[in-house]
Write a protein that binds this ligand. Structure first.
Ligand SMILES: [Cu+2]
Length: 182
């Protein structure tokens, strides 16, 4: 057998192998989808991306997580205008605050998010919150893996969409969402 033939055969074996592997991982995902799954669980899964606000004694309880993959677990949070809010913010990863710190910063309406993030980079000694915090409605401290904090504040009285970000350098690219006041 010449080299060319060998390569062709090797090539087709390799592609068969790849196809087989692809099928395998699809099957795995399928079985994951069907495991457990009562209706309530399915609904909870769906709402994960969105708001799951709970109102307890007039206080809107929100939760948000950041992880080692530089992601928030929600893209939207929701609150009524002027309502009392209690946000539990948790870093569910293991990395240090210096390597993968996360905070929650709620920005005033109309703030240029990228411009804010740039200013924040220069504020390392202030937990990456610019000294001139005129763009910030409220923010948590910077957390490392395993830490959590509760932030109590009053939701803006003006209805609309407000941006929230993590102001750790570079994180704004992945870690941003909308705080919706209605
Ligand atoms: Cu972050």
């Amino acid at each position: 057998m010449n080299m060319k033939m060998k390569n062709v055969i090797l090539g087709s074996i390799l592609s068969l192998f790849l196809i087989a592997c692809g099928g395998e991982s699809e099957k795995k995902e399928d079985s994951k989808m069907t495991v457990g799954g009562s209706n309530t669980e399915a609904t909870q899964q769906e709402s994960k991306e969105d708001a799951d606000a709970e109102e307890v004694n007039g206080v809107i309880e929100l939760s948000l997580e950041g992880n080692d993959q530089m992601k928030f677990n929600k893209k939207r949070l929701r609150a009524k205008a002027g309502a009392e809010v209690e946000l539990t913010f948790k870093h569910v990863g293991e990395m240090s605050k210096q390597a993968m710190g996360h905070n929650f910063v709620l920005l005033k309406k109309g703030t240029d998010m990228m411009a804010f993030a740039e200013k924040a980079v220069d504020a390392a000694d202030n937990d990456y919150i610019p000294e001139d915090a005129s763009d910030v409605i409220v923010h948590t401290e910077m957390l490392g893996g395993g830490e959590s904090t509760v932030l109590k504040f009053t939701a803006p009285t003006e209805k609309g969409e407000y941006d929230f970000v993590c102001s750790f350098p570079g994180h704004v690219a992945m870690m941003k969402g909308k705080f919706i006041v209605n």
